[in-house]
Write a protein that binds this ligand. Structure first.
Ligand code: COA
Length: 684
């Protein structure tokens, strides 16, 4: 027994159990341990067959992704699989829980595949910008046919034990390991399993793949891995296995070093790192959450209520007036109806979740709630009075959360006698869809409240990131500065459609001006008016547009024109005239601005602000800010987020640009001391 594997015998079966925490990733040491254990059992005359299995929730999560950057050493996974395939005694994979990527390929390299009912197999490599690299593209089509295999490879999604059995991947399903071992022994008595995928051929023709491939290739937006996956599965039809495997190996290695794959790996680890909090260790106790209250059933409150009900909590929604409550509950039902109509949820599941949601016009109904999320109008006096009331009503130990996107959570907490129970949960709109959850820690928030809120995130299907209190927290504070730079560029000489084109070519789902048109120009206008003259944002053109009723898509014109309800805007000559007039009024001589300048000024605003935020202790690390931008602001995962992009560009270069912009453009480019410091270290 090592901390990598354990071995034991069960009659004439030699069992190799992978035990490498946390997920049985197939790193070098584990590969060596399996190889040696296999050799030992193979040479033991008392052993008739070998069973390879895992423990807990994991058979194996696949290749050790950390080795992709730190370098891999022989024996490679392909060597280990070849050893098992050539075994003189049959090897049976007994798949418990998750068998992903290389874990799935390891199982496909065995002479038989028995599943436990909790087994799940997948090839998630595509989500990391790659294709399976240890036989998946060649062997799965041989086992289950090209189209079904391609769908598994291109979707990256897990399939259940039952589906794996129906497709012919698993030969049996058992409820427990003991039952499976008894079955394996009985099956062996009838003769050894003889179904190695490598010995099979693919039926049909590669043309059969086009229908499966088409939607994935359309969505790929130029990412290379999906096309390579198709090419690999096509080869499986008519290329000898070893040639196919050699092609796959080479392609996998090449794709692994692509900028997209590096960025996607960064995001994978960044999302996991974001859960770690320096002064709140993983063993911090968490409060039990079974019931929730949501105050306010507007768009935000309705989405939040759905997330909580989906996670299995019973939810009480509060609105003061009965008709508003009825509208709110109808809004929640509409979200479930939509999920059903899109086939995301069965009718029975939707009804079961809806049954967990009730409404009340009295906050007293929250007296037993374990957590309350306030989602009322964004005004400090209203929020404070809600929290003062909650303080009187809620049971001791209840978590009191505010969904504010801008207000000072310390001030809200001070309206209660228990600021240690108060925290911010900043959902992004639409709350039931957007993955990001900013967990806002106030000065007095208790560690167990932070730990509970961070653990709630994944339960709600969200990616939580811890931030501190400041205007806009991390995401909005950075994003406002990004938008402000776009406005300044417009005043200096760029046009909205140029800026949007540069940023969407870089990978943003939509450019910032098109986003303003979608959200409505009145939204930002109202916030700026409320902030009054001290508002630091030169949104003059945007304000003029809003005042002239150019509110965006909803009025058919904003920064763009939307004739006949079009969803894609067209450049508007009147807007161009207005922009030029504003520049003239401000005494700015318009100039030609290069695409590169636009890109760097917008992105480095995010980066410089990001480093300031870290300097101030508002966010823990640069990668947390990447997690925020890819999950909450439509930034492409294939770029890894703004902070990663800056690191890849070179922090010394970024710092030099920021210094130059500071000298040439203005005080809002004051370089972050931390950025300058990091740039020097990166340079050294
Ligand atoms: N290689 C290296 N480390 C891995 C890993 C892998 N293939 N899969 C997971 N880990 C690490 C995570 O980074 C995390 O580390 P941490 O605790 O230090 O933060 C830990 O294992 C637990 O992973 P986590 O994702 O938090 O657990 P989970 O139970 O939520 O999810 C999986 C488990 C397997 C579904 C998920 O980790 C996953 O999808 N892993 C990637 C699988 C993959 O893509 N394999 C193919 C590689 S090409």
């Amino acid at each position: 027994m090592t901390d990598l594997i354990s071995t034991h015998t069960h009659g004439a079966l030699g069992i190799i159990r992978m035990t490498r925490g946390p997920v049985n990733a197939l790193g070098h040491a584990l590969r060596v341990a399996i190889s040696q254990a296999h050799r030992t059992f193979e040479s033991d005359p008392a052993i008739a067959a070998i069973v390879l299995t895992g423990q807990g929730r994991f058979f194996s999560a696949g290749a050790d992704i950390t080795e992709f950057d730190s370098g891999r050493r022989a024996p490679f996974l392909t060597d280990l699989i070849a050893q098992l395939e050539a075994s003189t005694k049959p090897v049976i994979a007994l798949v418990n829980g998750i068998a992903y990527g290389g874990g799935f390929e390891l199982a496909l390299g065995c002479h038989g595949l028995a599943a436990l009912s909790d087994a799940k197999v997948a090839f998630p490599e595509i989500t990391l910008g790659n294709i399976p690299g240890a036989g998946g593209t060649q062997k799965l089509p041989r086992l289950i046919g090209g189209p079904a295999a391609l769908d598994i490879i291109l979707s990256g999604k897990p399939i259940s034990a039952k589906r794996a059995h129906d497709l012919g991947i698993a030969q049996s399903i058992d409820g427990t390991e003991a039952e499976a071992l008894t079955r394996i022994e009985a099956d062996l008595a009838d003769g050894p399993p003889q179904r190695l995928p490598r010995d099979l051929t693919v039926e049909g023709s590669p043309e059969d793949l086009s229908e499966v491939a088409a939607p994935y290739l359309r969505r790929a937006r130029g990412a290379p891995a999906p096309a390579k996956a198709l090419e690999g599965v096509q080869m499986a039809y008519d290329t000898p296995l070893d040639a196919g495997l050699a092609w796959e190996r080479e392609t996998f290695t090449a794709l692994n070093t692509s900028p997209e794959a590096k960025a996607l790996r960064h995001v994978f680890f960044a999302e996991r790192e974001a859960r770690k909090i320096e002064d709140v260790p993983p063993q911090t106790p968490k409060r039990a959450l079974a019931s929730a209250g949501v105050i306010g059933a507007g768009t935000m409150g309705a989405g939040i209520a759905k997330c909580l009900a989906d996670a299995g909590l019973s939810v009480t929604v509060i609105e003061q007036e009965q008709d508003r409550l009825d509208q709110g509950l109808a809004r929640i039902r509409a979200i479930y109806d939509e999920a059903q109509s899109k086939g995301r949820l069965s009718k029975a599941d939707a009804e079961a979740r809806l049954a967990r949601i009730s409404g009340s016009t009295s906050m007293d109904a929250l007296c037993e709630a374990d957590i309350v999320v306030e989602a009322v109008f964004e005004a400090m006096d209203i929020k404070r009075s809600v929290f003062a009331a909650l303080d009187k009503i809620c049971k001791p130990g209840a978590i009191l959360a505010t969904n504010t996107s801008t207000l000072d959570v310390n001030e809200i907490a001070a309206a209660t006698s228990r600021p240690e129970d108060v925290i911010g949960l900043h959902f992004f709109s639409p709350a039931h869809i957007m993955k990001l959850l900013e967990v806002v820690r106030a000065d007095k928030t208790a560690p167990d409240v932070i730990a509970t809120a961070m653990a709630l995130g994944p339960r709600l299907g969200k990616v939580p990131v811890l931030v501190g209190v400041c205007d806009g927290f991390a995401g909005n504070r950075m994003f406002i500065n990004f938008n402000r730079e776009a406005q300044i560029l417009i005043e200096e000489g760029a046009l909205p459609w140029q800026i949007d084109a540069v940023l969407s070519d870089w990978g943003l789902a939509m450019g910032p001006l098109a986003v303003m048109d979608l959200a409505g120009l009145d939204v930002g206008y109202r916030i700026r008016q409320a902030r009054g003259p001290q508002s630091p944002y030169p949104f003059t053109t945007a304000d003029r547009l809003a005042e002239a009723g150019h509110l965006g898509q909803k009025t058919g014109r904003g920064w763009y024109l939307y004739p006949d309800g079009a969803r894609r805007g067209q450049p508007d000559p009147e807007v161009e005239t207005l922009i030029k007039a504003v520049s003239q009024e401000k005494g700015i001589t318009r100039r030609e601005i290069s695409d590169e300048e636009i890109l760097h000024r917008c992105l480095w605003q995010l980066v410089n602000t990001g480093y300031q935020i870290i300097e101030e202790g508002i966010a823990q690390r640069p990668s947390d800010l990447d997690v925020i931008f890819v999950n909450g602001y439509g930034f492409p995962k294939t770029r890894g987020g703004p902070m990663f992009f800056a690191e890849q560009t070179g922090l010394a270069r970024v710092a030099a640009d920021v210094r130059r912009f500071h000298a040439e453009i203005g005080a809002h480019w004051t370089p972050s001391a931390l950025l300058l410091e990091q740039a020097e270290t990166a340079d050294a």
